[in-house]
Design a protein around this ligand. Sequence first.
Ligand code: UD1
Length: 428
Amino acid sequence: MSSIEVIGGEQLKGELKIQGSKNAALPIIAATILNKGITVLRNCPKIRDVFYMVKILEELGCRATWDGNVLLVDSSTLNSTTVPEESVRKMRSSILYLGALLGRCHEVTIAYPGGCSIGKRPIDYHLNALKKMNVVEEFHGKEDTIIHCHTNCIMGNDIFLEKPSVGATQNIILAAVLSQGVTRIFNAAREPEVTELCTYLIKAGAKICGKGTSFIEVEGVKELNDVDFTLSSDRIVAGTYMAAVAATTGDAVLLGAPVHQLDSTIRVLRKVGCNIDTIGNNIRISCRRRPLPIELLRTQPYPGFPTDMQSQLMTILSIADGKSTIIEEIFESRFQNVYELRKMGAMISVDSTTNKAVISGVKQLKGAVVKAHDLRSGAALVIAGLTAEGVTIVREASSIERGYEDICRDLETLGGNLRYCSENVLVS
Ligand code: UD1
């Protein structure tokens, strides 16, 4: 288990290229099994979640090779429909193999992914939708945690999602592309990562209408073809680094950022006082003053403000010039950083019944030993360390590697003073 040591006080400056998108890569890696052939995925981020997802491909019998950030998958050799339980436990997104394996093989055995640190994260929408598509579901194992699904033929149907779930929308699309008939998804998620999965599948020969809207229609086709596809860059990584520049009153340019996917993040960062200009795919952000507070920030499904940026904004608001309120609308346990930021001197109170955090900005945070509870809150603590006085140690930082190729390398490029170190390091 590694830690990150951050020495605060440097204003971030310079230029940085943004890595490929994690949340676009994961469903597309699952989708590579549908074409029974070759997929070339370019701009694929080399992060832990992608490595786990690729490992599952190999466990299913597919071949995967890397050349820099290009991932080549040959799914013609697939010979198993069982996703190993250990792999599912490591990574929630492995549930995307549910729709993909059903689509290709009409059968799948996969463990129930269970909850995680940010909330319960059920999969009832996924399972209810598949049932409507003529899939039979059986539960085995201790406490019925192994799901075995099979069908003689996936049949298109109308699916109404109670909430616009990203994973459920993706799983339904994955199951539907090789089905019989038409599947219509009402209240589909509009996240760019759903759109990107559709774009990939359309390139492979799928018939999908309505990508990027809340009504998606998939007409089943007989087969898909080989694909060469370039993933877009990661909107949350770009947003995280913008937040780091804002918190350190820096001035930097992010190169190759998915500008059009960052509207709500840019809007919020402008509200806290940042100047942001976009030129093509590049974003220049500068912040010359202590952040302004935000009266009310709510996380919402896309195109609203993303839950995956909430922790990073909480860090900024903890040093804002006044009182802010955040309401987390998507996940029920996503305020774990409050306890950590308090160790650094932040003044935050939480009402867990309404999922509301009230933040009274302090002038400056102080370095402390803190713990990364999950990927995004870990990144938010690194930002807190950059702005704090003194040394911050972010423990259990390996969860950050799930989504950032090398957060230390990237922030060092912008002049940040931070490094990976052993978990046993002590602050003197
Ligand atoms: C995806 C993203 C994650 C992001 C989240 C919300 C990936 C790999 N992960 O997660 O980074 O934080 O979208 O933008 O892309 N729900 C149910 N039943 C279900 C499914 C979802 O009640 O069967 C609820 C969830 O508890 C949550 C909401 O729907 O309250 C949204 O969850 P969902 O969009 O499914 O999140 P993920 O796809 O898991």
